[in-house]
Write a new protein. Structure first.
Length: 294
């Protein structure tokens, strides 16, 4: 899934050299720019999405003043080590560049909605609102150089390569830690009861995950993980199990054929019913019925 970064700027003294080199991954867009600078250049930028600006190469002087308003004193870069900035969505950035002849930089634009779904509750979106201007981090620069090389590569590698690099940089930026001992949050008792009752009542039709999440008042990703943490199985498996229990009752209750029972319990056909039953119970419906009646 991709998105279109929405950015406004008013700049002077910069000239783009050659063409833009862009790669798009799932929730991240990477741009590599080559820019020629006049002796005094600058302006302001604001984007609807959070982004990173990483200087990969610069020629000439190294004075660059980055600030949050045109009147502020700003943060001055007097060497090229402080080559990285993270700018939250909607934050206006002003820059004055003096005596720099050329800059190659990597811009990374982040779609927080997409990345939140990918990283789920591990991502604290509040962290995305914290700016980090003109800092140094060799790990970021190494990842940025690899990402830029992939943008410039005339024969790009598999999308998972660039995607992995860009997500790794974002995870490092947001300082997302993996706690293997962390327990997933569970559904409240009222949420679980409401959802289970709904599945039982509607098990013969296909229930959308969106319906169940809405009943619990949660996002689909949060609900899916919380339901499994509460029950040990995914929502769709719980529905399948409910169908199997209903089928067991019908098998013992009357002489309906397997085809009729499959239709009455929501399976697409007898073969689908038999496969699901055998997977859940360990034997076919016919064998299970004979063993029970015996």
């Amino acid at each position: 899934m991709t998105f279109q970064p929405r950015m406004q700027n008013k700049i002077a003294g910069f000239k783009v050299l050659g063409e833009l080199h862009r790669r798009e991954w799932n929730g991240i867009i990477a741009d590599v720019w080559d820019v020629e600078c006049e002796p005094h250049a600058g302006g302001y930028y604001v984007s609807n999405d959070p982004r990173m600006f990483i200087v990969l190469d610069a020629q000439g002087g190294s004075r660059c003043n980055v600030k949050l308003s045109s009147q502020a004193n700003g943060t001055v870069q007097n060497d090229r080590d402080q080559a990285i900035s993270y700018i939250p969505a909607g934050m206006e950035i002003w820059a004055d560049v003096v005596d720099v002849r050329y800059i190659r930089h990597l811009d990374l634009h982040f779609n927080i909605n997409i990345l939140s779904r990918r990283l789920m509750e591990d991502l604290d979106t509040g962290q995305c609102d914290v700016p980090r201007l003109m800092f140094e981090d060799e790990r970021f620069l190494q990842l940025a150089r690899l990402i830029a090389s992939e943008c410039l590569n005339p024969q790009p590698l598999h999308d998972l390569y660039g995607d992995g690099l860009a997500v790794a940089l974002f995870i490092d930026l947001m300082k997302l830690n993996r706690n293997s001992a962390r327990k997933r949050s569970q559904l409240a008792s009222w949420q679980l009861r409401r959802v289970v009752e709904y599945i039982e009542e509607n098990s013969v039709r296909n229930i959308r995950l969106e319906e169940l999440a809405s009943l619990a008042g949660l996002s689909q990703s949060h609900f899916s993980h919380a339901f499994k943490a509460s029950t040990g199985v995914a929502p769709h498996q719980w529905q399948t199990n409910a169908r199997i229990e209903r089928a067991k009752h019908l098998l013992l209750k009357n002489e309906a054929s397997l085809t009729e029972i499959a239709a009455e319990t929501g399976f697409s056909d007898q073969a689908h019913f038999t496969r699901a039953f055998r997977k859940a119970v360990g034997v076919t419906p016919a064998l299970w019925k004979r063993s029970r009646l015996a």
